[in-house]
Design a protein around this ligand. Sequence first.
Ligand SMILES: [Zn+2]
Length: 423
Amino acid sequence: MKNIFLIISVFVTLQVKAQTPKFQGQPPIKIINTESKPIQTQWKGTSTFKDSDIVFSNDFVGARLNGIVKRNDSTYTALITSENTPINISPWYAFKVWATEKKSINVVLTYQETVKHRYYPKLSSDGVHWSSLDSINYTEYEKGDADFGPGALPLYVKIRLEIGPDTLWVSGQELETSSRVFTWADSLSQKPFVQTRSIGKSEQGRDLNLLTVGDPESKNMLIVISRQHPPEVTGYLAMKAFVENLSSDSKLARKFRKKFTTYVIPLMNPDGVDNGHWRHNAGGIDLNRDWANFNQPETQAVKEFMQNKINETQGKFYFGIDFHSTWDDIYYTVDPKLKGNMPNLVYDWLDAIKKRIDGYDPNIKSNDKIQPTTVSRNYFFAAYGAEALVFEIGDNTPRPFIKEKGRISANVLMEMMLDRLKK
Ligand SMILES: [Zn+2]
């Protein structure tokens, strides 16, 4: 009898596991030459059509729509292409559409060769407030066989839109352009213990803004970065929630700021974001491959900032985190056998986050090859001993959960770091 129960319970466990495939993470990082290379500048303007009152526009910050053709009175095909190649599958798109008369139209979203549709469409009437397209208006074509991840993507999709004289915004994720990010940073800097300043300029002259949360003379430091990759908005939203909690009025946050100062670069790639890039900066480079050679101004600025801070304060970076987005929530950590300035902090932290969120069990992938540093996590660890990780949020993770996770993550981290500093 006991055996039967055992068999049943093993069967049930396997079934549950099979139903919830976990994202296994990306293949090992390739080392590439990070010297600047050309990008294709997107043509910007409005597109109109013969015998039609419909107008498409990509003439705004963050837009990406490389071509649009009319197939018949109600169907239009959009072509979306990247800033250069080779490039990861993160095909960002954003455009506006309107018409004199109210009507329904179909827009087919297509991409350059080998690239598939990834981002579920979001709609807005003001470019600020977004909602997901109703799934009855969404049709996938030539979907991959996998149940999950890149292999499950459709080649192209058809979306049905209700348009009229009011502008409809259509975008792969919420539009979080540099001006919106800087507005957020400025609003946070209304607090007396938060300051903003620029630590350098991107290739196209946009500021690389830095937020300082806490005393700028503190010897105990954390570094937080986000948005090396423009479309990774969910990672950015998690970073916001995380930083807002480190800057909150809670007793814990106030205590934390007496001991630790957090430096935040919320937007590492402002040129890429404002130009609607899929992944690269204006130098045509994946910034998260440039943390060994520092050929790009954005990575160079962070390196100089961190080195100067160490020289000024004679202190330590205890923790470094880089927020990204991918198919599902996953953490890329440094192998726990490598000890930094607060050994095992990242592992114990992730473990505690899992325990605090019911039923939450994201994948953790650790890496012991940190040379050449190449990616930010390796650089933070190898150069400064900061316990470091890449915090990846799923593209479709519900926004309220992102906020909640940011809050819990920040609180657990503050508790642990205060506790370990005492020891
Ligand atoms: Zn990324």
